[in-house]
Design a protein around this ligand. Structure first.
Ligand code: ATP
Length: 399
């Protein structure tokens, strides 16, 4: 990039977003763009990605010179062939399955036959750990899963560069680790250049260089010391190992962790029917809790309506008595939920509560063991017919 300027026109006023940015990114580098809000990070990413053209200055991307005169058609082809995008909000096409979403860039490029495209899409989804979700629609996937599909789609045409705008911004810590492992593997093993905008201080330590942006200019460029990078990668690999171990132990779906609900942290696990055994270890404590709550005339803990209410992001007040409205004929694949340490303190003053103003605590100041909701999978359908992925997704929004 050589002396890149970008000024947006807002009415008759010009808003300078970039004011003379020059830099070189080497092939295979991992660059992190960091800095103040409004500093020009996204604009810089959009210019590198040719979504926006510079007002002044020029840029060479994968050998092609780009300036304000470059035609949109040339830029569109360059994007399709050389660049992959991953945004915070996943941006999958909702009417297409995971497999079809990944096939889409290959269809647009038109270099592979239908069977080759399918084969490649399956192999890419397998690579990102989504081979069991090929026919799922985005709405049936959790945030982390959607982002993995987005990554598979972004690398479908073998791009040289991946542009990442807050790729983990909507994800919990576990999914952030999974996504960062995937991305850094692509960088290390396949030499794909990564340029990532993030506000997450932890993530910048995986990169080779950090570009600090302020007021449309590069304020400074920092090289991440090898030893810090190594330390962060070792921590990441440990996290991934622990996630894999949990999966081996029977936690087969997304693991949601939230430290903002209470000081001790809360945790949810989602298990498939085959995981009943591993839940057994909780049962004694759970029974004790149930008896205790029943003695106190509290809300039923194992009522399926509780689950429904949580799933629908409508947590009732602790004093309500519920009638079970769960349709036992529902075809949902959910067979068990185990929710531990959901200590939702109504007085706690945290960011999560700010988002959930209308929510009453499920049970005040208690640990809730909401466990084993058996849902026969018979033929009739109902409004409760949610897949485990939808439920996981819904729950991860709440927790
Ligand atoms: N399409 C647009 N029209 C007008 N002004 C814009 C447009 N896009 C960005 N800007 C302005 O350009 C400046 C840089 O914006 P940009 O989104 O690149 O910053 P950023 O560093 O990514 O900020 P944040 O961290 O808050 O996302 C801001 O002042 C912004 O208001």
């Amino acid at each position: 990039m050589k002396n890149i300027h970008k000024t947006y026109l807002l009415g008759i006023e010009g808003v300078p977003a970039l004011r003379g940015v020059s830099m070189t990114i080497k092939r295979g580098e991992f660059i992190c763009i960091f800095g103040t809000s409004g500093g020009g990070k996204t604009t810089m990413l959009n210019i590198i990605g040719t979504i926006d053209k510079p007002t002044k200055g020029e840029m060479k991307l994968c050998g092609k010179l780009i300036n304000h005169k470059t035609s949109d058609k040339d830029l569109a082809f360059l994007r399709l062939k050389n660049i992959g995008f991953v945004f915070q909000t996943f941006n999958l096409l909702s009417s297409l399955t995971a497999l079809e979403n990944v096939e889409m860039p290959m269809i647009l490029l038109g270099e592979l036959s239908a069977s080759e495209r399918r084969e490649r899409a399956i192999s890419l989804l397998t690579k990102v750990g989504m081979k069991d979700r090929l026919d799922h629609f985005p709405s049936q996937l959790s945030g982390g899963e959607q982002q993995r599909v987005t990554i598979a789609r972004a690398i479908a045409n073998n791009p040289d560069v991946l542009l990442l705008d807050e790729p983990t911004g909507d994800l919990d810590t576990v999914n952030t680790a999974i996504i960062m492992k995937l991305l850094t593997d692509l960088n290390k093993k396949e030499n794909i250049t990564l340029v990532m905008v993030t506000h997450d201080v932890g993530l910048k330590m995986y990169s080779d260089r950090i570009i600090w942006m302020r007021d449309g200019k590069i304020q400074r460029i920092e090289t991440v010391p090898e030893h810090s990078k190594k330390e962060h990668f070792q921590k990441l690999y440990r996290e991934i190992e622990s996630i894999n171990q949990k999966q081996k132990d029977g936690i087969t779906s997304v693991f949601v962790e939230n430290n903002s609900i209470n000081k001790r942290g809360s945790m949810s696990e989602y298990r498939k029917p085959t995981d009943y055994k591993s839940i057994a270890s909780y049962s004694h404590k759970k029974q004790q809790q149930q008896q205790q709550y029943q003695q106190q005339n509290e809300s039923p803990i194992f009522s399926s309506s509780n689950v429904n209410n949580i799933i629908n992001a409508d947590i009732p007040s602790s004093s309500s008595s519920y009638t079970s409205n769960y349709n036992s004929n529902s075809q949902t694949s959910l067979n068990a939920i185990n929710m531990t340490n959901f200590n939702n303190n109504s007085n706690s003053n945290n960011s999560n509560n700010n988002n959930n103003n209308n929510r009453q605590p499920l049970l005040k100041d208690t640990d809730v063991y909401l466990d084993i909701v058996e849902v026969p999978s018979s033929s009739s359908s109902s409004s409760n017919n949610k897949s485990i992925e939808q439920i996981t997704n819904d729950l991860s929004k709440i927790l």
